[in-house]
Design a protein around this ligand. Structure first.
Ligand code: PGA
Length: 247
């Protein structure tokens, strides 16, 4: 595992974008596993900027995203498909038919998940998987306690997540109660992992994930067993690791 320390969020975003750019340049037909959330936004912005300058070409890139809310269409501005379009895909020369997100409108959970596993296999697996990390160590929607051997599956969102999302919807009925997410097994099958983190709210999760026991109670701790992980994290998120003299 390699850990790069960034001064701040901007520095983390640039360093992570550099690593992903290198992947695209070295392998133009690459398959990228992408993530939503606030952390990758700066990295996506940087990639767009380099694309606009003519330094990056996404025309042969394929992407598979980690997760999607069950019940939301890609046109819903709370869907992860919408997030990816507006934060990245709409601004680069990627072929959108090669950008995959689980199908939130498929009501049959088993089918949605099997279809997504098939897609991941059919594109030849993931070359580089980008990950954010939750304050509790979750990756994708794999919350503490999920079995490490799972592939894409349907998860029940926690009461607190449902409540937090309620403000974005007209009524409680419209708030998604479930999501489709790649499982830890899909993530661990990626050839390379790029984990990004910023802010003090991630310090405990980062310390436990990178240096604590490997346990389903800290989903990201499984990454200690992956042979090619790069972590890019800002000083705030590395603070506990620094405090313990581990870095
Ligand atoms: P964030 O989310 O990037 O919005 O902090 C990361 C995560 O929960 O996986």
């Amino acid at each position: 595992m390699i850990i790069y320390a960034g001064k701040d969020y901007y520095d983390v975003s640039r360093k992570a974008a550099n690593i992903m750019s290198a992947q695209i340049i070295m392998k133009p037909r690459t398959v990228l596993g992408l993530a939503t959330g606030s952390t990758p936004v700066g990295m996506y912005r940087q990639l767009i900027e380099w694309y606009e300058k003519g330094d990056l070409d996404f025309s042969q890139v394929t992407t598979v995203n980690l997760d999607e809310y069950k019940g939301l269409s890609g046109n819903n501005n709370q869907s992860y498909r919408y997030f990816m379009n507006t934060n990245l895909f709409d601004h680069i020369n990627i072929d959108k038919s090669r950008t995959y997100v689980p199908n939130g409108l498929e009501e049959d959970s088993r089918k949605a998940c099997e279809d997504y596993n098939k897609i991941i296999r059919s594109v030849g697996g993931i070359d580089m998987q980008l990950l954010g990390i939750g304050g509790n160590g979750h990756i994708g929607f794999n919350e503490p306690g999920e079995a490490f051997e799972k592939e894409t599956h349907c998860v029940d969102l926690t009461e607190s997540t449902i409540k937090a999302n309620a403000r974005f919807f007209a009524s409680m009925d419209e708030v998604p109660k479930q999501a489709y997410t790649m499982g830890i097994k899909n993530i661990m099958s990626a050839k390379k992992i790029l984990l990004i983190a910023a802010g003090s709210a991630k310090a405990d999760a980062l310390y436990k994930s990178l240096y604590g026991p490997i346990t389903p109670n800290v989903p990201a701790s499984i990454l200690q067993l992956h042979q090619d992980v790069t972590v890019v994290a800002d000083e705030e998120s590395l603070s506990l690791i620094r405090e313990k003299g581990l870095l």
